[in-house]
Write a protein that binds this ligand. Structure first.
Ligand SMILES: [Zn+2]
Ligand SMILES: [Zn+2]
Ligand SMILES: [Zn+2]
Length: 453
C-alpha cells in the first residue's frame, strides 16, 4: 500500500514543471530526511538612497517554500544532518587538541586529560565483561542472596553484545528507578559543581587562590554526555590547561597534567548535589577514568576527538526508549519499549507531577529518562564553536549562490538586508523521500516511517 502511494508521489513530483529547482533545493539540504520549509523573502536596499537593489522571495520556489536542512544532532531523526553535526564536533574537539580552525598548533603541548565521570549504582544490572578476550559470566555468585521479590541475585550467562538484557536490573522491583532519573536530572548541576571544585583544588595544590590562579591559568573543558545501557548518563570530557589568554597562551611550567589529574580525582569524589524536597543527595559513581592525552601515547588526539564526536549524535534511543516527547495522556503500557525503559519513563512522569520538583521538568524530559542537559558543551576558551563552523559553511554556500547568479554581490556595509521568514512545515512525502535519496546518494529510509511534517 505504502509503495504504490510512494511511487505515485514520486511520479507526481517528477512531472512538476519546477522539478529541477526542487531537485536543486534537495541537493543543497545534503540528504536531510526532514527538511524545514521556509516561506519568506530577503530584500537588499541601498542604505544611502533606499533603493531596492534585489529581492528574493520563495513565491517562485516549488510549493512556494525554500527547503533547508533540519540540523538535528540526532542520528535517529536525520542521519545526514547528524553526520554534519558529528563531523563538526570532531573538528571542534580536534582543534582544541592539536590546533586548527583558528586555534594555534602550540595547543598540543598544553597538559590535557581525558576524563570519564560515571553515575553511581542504582541496583545490580546484567553486564558483559571480557577478560583476555573471553566473555565472563555476568554475576556469578556462589551463595547469592534472594531478594525480597524472590529473585536470586546471580546470573551466570555470558551475554552477547546484542543481548537486550544488558543494562537491565537482575530484579526490576529492587532497582532504584527514582534515583536513576533524578541523577540524570541533576547531573548537569553536578558537572557544574565539579568544574568549580576542580578549579579550587587545582589552585590550592599549587598554593594559590582561585583568583590568583585565574591570572595565570585557564582550565578549558569540552564534554559529551553518553547514555549507558542502564539508562543513566555519564560524561566524557577533555580537560586542558592553558595560559591566561586561553589556547593562544601556554600555561606556566608548574601547571602540570599530574597535578590536574590529582585535582580531578579530588573534585570528582568531593562534589554533591542535593534534591532538597526529597532529601536525596547525589554524587558521581566511584568508577572514574583519568587518562593523559598525548601525541604518541595510548590515547591520541584523533582517538579522543572521534570518541567524543560519536557520542554527540546519540541519545536515549540507544537504550530502547522513544525518540520523541511523551504526552501526559500517552498510555505508558502501550509504548513499544522494554519494561526497564518503561519504568524509567514512569518514574519521570510520577516525579514530574510533584510540584516541588517542577524545576527538574521530568515530565517534559521523560523520553530522555530525565536528562535535559546539552549533549556536548565546552567552555568558552576550548576551541572554535559549532556556530563558527556553520557560519564558515554557510559563507561557502552563499559564495556558491552568488556564482549561480541568485544573490548579487553587495558590499555588506552599505546595503541594508531585510529578511522575513516563516516556518511553513517540515518533512518530505514518501515519494519525495525516494527521489531525495536518489539525488543525494543517501540511504532510502523505511517507507511508512512517521514524520513530523
Ligand atoms: Zn536533517
Ligand atoms: Zn546477566
Ligand atoms: Zn527484588
Amino acid at each position: 500500500m505504502h509503495h504504490s502511494h510512494a511511487i505515485a508521489g514520486m511520479i507526481d513530483r517528477l512531472h512538476q514543471p519546477d522539478y529541477d529547482r526542487w531537485a536543486h533545493q534537495i541537493k543543497r539540504t545534503g540528504g536531510c530526511r526532514q527538511p524545514i520549509h521556509l516561506r519568506g523573502k530577503v530584500e537588499h536596499f541601498d542604505q544611502a538612497t533606499g533603493q531596492l537593489l534585489h529581492r528574493y522571495t520563495t513565491n517562485r520556489e516549488p510549493n512556494g517554500v525554500l527547503r533547508v536542512p533540519c540540523k538535528t544532532r540526532r542520528a535517529s531523526r536525520c542521519p545526514a544532518c547528524a553526520e554534519v553535526y558529528r563531523a563538526d564536533t570532531y573538528q571542534l574537539v580536534r582543534a582544541g587538541l592539536i590546533g586548527g580552525k583558528g586555534v594555534p598548533e602550540t595547543v598540543s603541548s598544553h597538559p590535557c586529560l581525558f576524563v570519564t565521570l560515571t553515575a553511581p549504582s542504582f541496583g545490580t544490572v546484567h553486564t558483559r565483561r571480557e577478560k583476555n578476550g573471553k566473555v565472563q559470566p555476568c554475576h556469578a555468585r556462589r551463595n547469592a542472596e534472594t531478594c525480597p521479590h524472590g529473585h536470586v541475585m546471580s546470573c551466570t550467562d555470558r551475554h552477547s553484545t546484542e543481548d537486550p538484557r544488558l543494562g537491565e536490573p537482575l530484579c526490576l522491583d529492587c532497582y532504584d528507578y527514582d534515583g536513576s532519573v533524578l541523577f540524570n536530572a541533576i547531573s548537569p548541576e553536578l558537572w557544574r559543581r565539579f568544574t568549580l571544585a576542580l578549579r579550587r583544588r587545582f589552585a590550592r595544590l599549587n598554593g594559590l587562590t582561585v583568583k590568583a590562579l585565574r591570572d595565570q591559568v585557564t582550565i578549558a573543558f569540552a564534554k559529551v554526555a553518553e547514555y549507558q545501557r542502564r539508562g543513566v548518563v555519564h560524561f566524557h570530557a577533555v580537560i586542558r590547561l592553558d595560559g591566561p589568554d586561553g589556547p593562544n597562551s601556554p600555561p606556566p611550567a608548574w601547571a602540570t597534567a599530574d597535578t590536574l589529574a590529582q585535582a580531578v580525582q579530588h573534585a570528582a569524589a568531593a562534589v554533591t548535589a542535593e534534591i532538597k524536597p526529597l532529601s536525596r543527595t547525589f554524587r558521581w559513581g566511584t568508577q572514574l577514568d583519568v587518562r593523559h592525552i598525548t601525541m604518541n601515547g595510548d590515547l591520541t588526539e584523533q582517538a579522543v576527538a572521534a570518541y567524543i564526536a560519536k557520542y554527540a549524535t546519540k541519545a536515549a534511543e540507544c537504550v530502547g526508549t522513544l525518540d520523541r516527547r511523551i504526552q501526559p495522556l500517552d498510555n505508558l503500557d502501550a509504548l513499544p519499549v522494554r519494561d526497564h525503559a518503561r519504568r524509567l519513563i514512569a518514574a519521570c512522569m510520577r516525579l514530574g507531577s510533584d510540584e516541588d520538583l517542577a524545576d527538574l521538568r521530568l515530565t517534559q524530559w521523560a523520553h530522555m529518562l530525565g536528562f535535559r542537559g546539552h549533549f556536548s558543551t565546552k567552555s568558552r576558551h576550548y576551541s572554535t564553536t559549532l556556530g563558527d563552523l556553520r557560519a564558515a559553511r554557510e559563507e561557502h554556500m552563499r559564495t556558491e549562490e552568488i556564482s549561480l547568479g541568485r544573490l548579487p554581490l553587495f558590499d555588506e556595509d552599505t546595503i541594508l538586508v531585510v529578511a522575513h521568514w516563516e516556518y511553513a512545515g517540515q518533512g518530505l512525502s514518501l515519494g519525495e523521500q525516494l527521489l531525495a535519496a536518489a539525488i543525494t546518494g543517501h540511504r532510502v529510509p523505511n517507507l511508512g516511517e512517521q514524520h513530523d511534517a
